[in-house]
Ligand binder design. Structure first.
Ligand SMILES: NC(=O)c1ccc[n+]([C@@H]2O[C@H](COP(=O)([O-])OP(=O)(O)OC[C@H]3O[C@@H](n4cnc5c(N)ncnc54)[C@H](O)[C@@H]3O)[C@@H](O)[C@H]2O)c1
Length: 363
């Protein structure tokens, strides 16, 4: 078992990673958090594969446990679900503020965390991520949100959990497509911060994909540590440090948007293509060597992820990327690799280069 402390003063918490650790929840989380009525938020699929184990561990310490199932997939990050969760909270915790446990992937974590951040101006919550993506990324750092039909994550806040428990045994039931999705983010961490991690993934790719014990534990621990260190330096996304976590995501959001979030390009697949396009852009600007560009592209390909966009309307892609960037800052800004293990932000990329990169990337 591995433990990472995310240091944020009064909002500090532990991220614990290991196999079959859920049974020890009482040792991993402060009693003051579990001593209250608990609302476990999950979906049907996750309840079936992980709910029983969590319930058993909570019952063993005599906790008062309630449950709320939310719809599967991104649909759950809605006002409708948020409203059902908060109504349920008002029923169970009349006198004491209840605790939320988010048991599921990034979707459950985001909506449950958002409910925790706003219900009675904030109640404690614990993240128990059950997808690879959620274990290395979304459960850590306190970004919680729901979607509007205009765009994803438009309504949200920064609100840190009290603990993150990554039980690796939960990943055994995850479909291979979801494992590959998570792998895109794992490769991202290697490129943005850690050449040794990138080398490790290159060397042990199949073992990681097969969720082999110590290899899986190592990469989840490494990635969670990188995310924790970045969040510590820029909790509220205000100093420009946290933005490096968005490597590949500017292109990815445009691709997802242009394909209307269809199954044609999942989030992980879009991030994979986005990382290759950002590397191509960096190579074009003379920032990245051809050797490192090839290494990035090769690893993405070997992981079973796409390196190019399926045929898409270039106009739609350009519109989507402009919306994303100008909406946020008034100018475009890309996170580009300088070499494997290091990225930097570059502003005001000429439109013609963005379009060229999209076209070279299959559009
Ligand atoms: N808050 C953040 O910092 C942050 C960062 C990255 C992504 N996100 C958000 O995360 C979401 C994506 O998360 P995700 O990729 O985990 O998707 P997800 O939550 O939709 O989970 C993917 C699928 O796997 C199923 N599943 C979950 N655990 C399982 C298990 N153990 N066994 C079998 N099936 C299981 C789910 O029911 C779902 O069908 C997006 O909404 C994205 O915006 C948030």
């Amino acid at each position: 078992m591995k433990k990472i402390k995310l240091n944020l003063g009064k909002r500090s918490y532990n991220i614990v990673i290991g196999h079959h650790i859920i049974k020890d929840i009482a040792k991993l989380v402060s009693p003051s958090v579990l001593n209250k009525p608990i609302l476990v938020i999950t979906n049907k699929k996750v309840a079936r594969v992980a709910g029983g184990k969590l319930l058993k561990a909570l019952k063993a310490i005599g906790a008062e446990v309630h449950g709320k199932e939310v719809p599967d997939s991104e649909r759950a990050k809605s006002f409708a679900t948020y409203s059902k969760i908060t109504t349920e909270l008002s029923r169970i915790g009349k006198k004491i503020k209840p605790t939320i446990i988010a048991l599921g992937g990034g979707v459950v974590g985001d909506v449950a965390g958002f409910a925790a951040s706003t219900y009675r101006r904030g109640i404690p919550y614990i993240q128990i991520p059950t997808t690879l993506l959620a274990q290395v990324d979304s459960s850590i750092g306190g970004k919680v949100a729901i979607d509007l039909k205009e765009a994803k994550n438009l309504v949200g806040s920064f609100y840190q959990p009290r603990a993150v428990i990554c039980d690796l045994s939960f990943l055994k039931t995850l479909p291979r497509k979801e494992i590959i999705n998570g792998l895109a983010e794992i490769i991202k961490y290697g490129i943005i911060r850690d050449k040794a991690l990138f080398n490790y993934i290159e060397k042990n790719l199949q073992k990681i994909l097969n969720l082999s014990g110590k290899y899986l534990e190592y990469v989840v621990w490494k990635c969670a540590s990188i995310k924790a260190r970045v969040v510590e330096k820029d909790e509220f996304d205000s100093t420009g440090i946290r933005v490096i976590l968005n490597f590949g995501h500017t292109f990815a959001h445009a691709i997802e948007n242009a394909f209307k979030y269809s199954k044609k390009h999942t989030h992980g697949e879009s991030v994979a293509v986005g990382m290759v396009l950002a590397s191509d852009m960096a190579f074009d600007l003379g920032i990245l060597s051809s050797e490192d560009f090839e290494r990035i592209r090769n690893l993405v390909k070997r992981a079973g992820l796409p390196t190019a966009i399926q045929k898409a309307d270039i106009g739609k892609l350009m519109k989507a990327i402009e919306y994303d960037k100008k909406f946020l800052s008034g100018t475009n800004r890309f996170v580009l690799p300088r070499r494997v293990g290091r990225v930097e932000t570059v502003e005001d990329i000429p439109e013609i280069l963005i379009e060229t990169v999209f076209k070279r990337g299959g559009a």
